[in-house]
Design a protein around this ligand. Sequence first.
Ligand SMILES: Cc1ncc(COP(=O)(O)O)c(C=O)c1O
Length: 401
Amino acid sequence: MALPSLARIPAPPDPILGLTEAFRSDPRPGRINLSAGVFVDETGKTPVLATVVEAERRILAKGATKLYRPIDGDAAYRAAVQAYVFGEGHELATSATVAVSQTPGGTGGLRVAADFLRQAGASATIWMSEPTWPNHPQLFQLAGFRTRTYPYTDPSGRRIDEDALLAALGEASPGDVVLLHGSCHNPTGVDPSPALWRAIGDLVEERRLLPLVDFAYQGFGDGIREDADWMEGLLRPGAELLVSTSFSKNFALYNERVGALLLVARSAKDASAAQSHVKIAIRANYSNPPSHGADIVSTILGDPELRAAWEVELAGMRARIKDNRARLVEALVERGIPGDWAPIAHQRGMFALLGLAVEQVARLREEHAVYVVGKGRINVAGFTSATFAPFADALAAVLAG
Ligand SMILES: Cc1ncc(COP(=O)(O)O)c(C=O)c1O
């Protein structure tokens, strides 16, 4: 016997990417995929941004080398990401108390964070919202964490249950890691208010917890700085925390696998010591990061004109998502579909929860070729003008029983 016996039993398909695979092999015309978190334009395509094309042209013109990059990535990229995440002018934008590592997407950033924390002897308990992105629990469990959950929304799925959230985190032990979605909470689309961020920050300080901010959607909600309002609540003197960022969505660089892990320490000395452990986590995982996506991001962020043009493209994606939200609510309300739909128009980011039963989600897929995740998480950025009506009709049919 060579392979372990568990390897002979097929694992379930990935709850999100598995659906996209099923969608691709679905022959029915008019099928609608609202499962994976991918932005599509009016033609249903996910275009390469014009600023990305221009950055690639410049990178090619410079002449390439395929030499290994440093373990934690290119210095220009790391500096650009630090300033982007914290915002030019913020004291952390250039501070040596922050250690940045380039990672393969936001997923890579989370996994490096997890390995680093386990290696360095952090608490083995991580708290995450219920619900959360389905990859969170398995990612942290496979890295050796025990996962605990804190409640997030009330039963409507439209408002955060602040008391329940704070009460649950009040049970965390000193040193426990708390995973927080920086903006555009996946799957609910509902983010904490500035006051709730402050209350979370108070609790983190009081109970000496370690926040890990998953910041995969900066700029997709209300704006690059607007989406960073967690900073005011969590970044306080002496605070230590980790941030995982991703450029998959806001630069539409999904398959380039580009992101970063940022570690905020109390001193430059602490940051540098911690980074030496992060580098071991990276070296043991994938050795050093791929370069192309990072070169694109640092070319764009480092050139004022390109950056301004990219911000216009980002604002365009954001506006389209907001418009989609309004059009979706209109289509649902127009058909008199029972439910609390109006708040969906004002939520942040790509996702909204419909609050369906598993059987209803299965019927949407089997009877109407409409693909949604879990209990009805939909990617609002996945609609085109042609799909609102058939989607709303399918939902009305399924909810009618
Ligand atoms: C909440 C959240 N975190 C992290 C990621 C990771 O993104 P990627 O690894 O594609 O950059 C995603 C992607 O869907 C996400 O929704």
